[in-house]
Design a protein around this ligand. Sequence first.
Ligand code: PLP
Length: 232
Amino acid sequence: MSITESLARVRAAIDDACREAGRDPAAVRLLPVSKYHSVAAIREAHAAGYGLFGENKVQELVAKAAELGQEGIGFAAIGHVQTNKARQVAEVATELHSLDSLRLAEALQRRLEAVGRRLPVLVQVNTSGEQAKSGIRPEEAVEFASKLSAFDALEPRGLMTMAVNSPDEDEVAACFGSLADARRRIRDAMGGGWEELSMGMSGDFRLAIREGSTCVRIGTAIFGPRPAQAPL
Ligand SMILES: *Cc1c(COP(=O)(O)O)cnc(C)c1O
């Protein structure tokens, strides 16, 4: 199946999941995750109508943006960003889904000021409690959100999570529910904003939509299995 066909299938599955959940399909955006896939694959998805792609490594994001930025293609950083990569994210990324520390917020603020940019950010929350996953703890969400107001180059748009990788749907749904709950608490405390819930990947996006996702990040179901190495 071509990437164009896969995109249409995935989008149709998202729309179905929305209708089953009694939600408006227009309220859920599809962020194709292009990590490890070629610029040719990204160009094909762009021709099919997608202009923003998720990348989880800063180096790969920068290389692809250098290649494709001229064509109007943008990239969202969705993986953990080390503080020493803040400059590249500040200069190149269209949005960041994985803000997970005030140290990173501070570094981004400084670099964004230097280039006169603002950056839409989502705060990553570790809703599974797994050591290997980044993100603030759900109980820190309100305090973290309020501290972000000090960084005026950052535009907080919402929250992001990766659910536990488990065959138990209840466990997966609990992760997504925890993110939705964190957003509710933030909105109550801050009086609005924070609309985005970036949650759901190839294997669990239907559940995420049921729990209120506004952005699903999907790689494998669109581009196929990932090659062993990044192309750039
Ligand atoms: C790779 C990745 C995805 C996409 O995963 P698939 O299972 O290939 O759909 C989503 N979010 C993040 C943060 C990722 O790193």
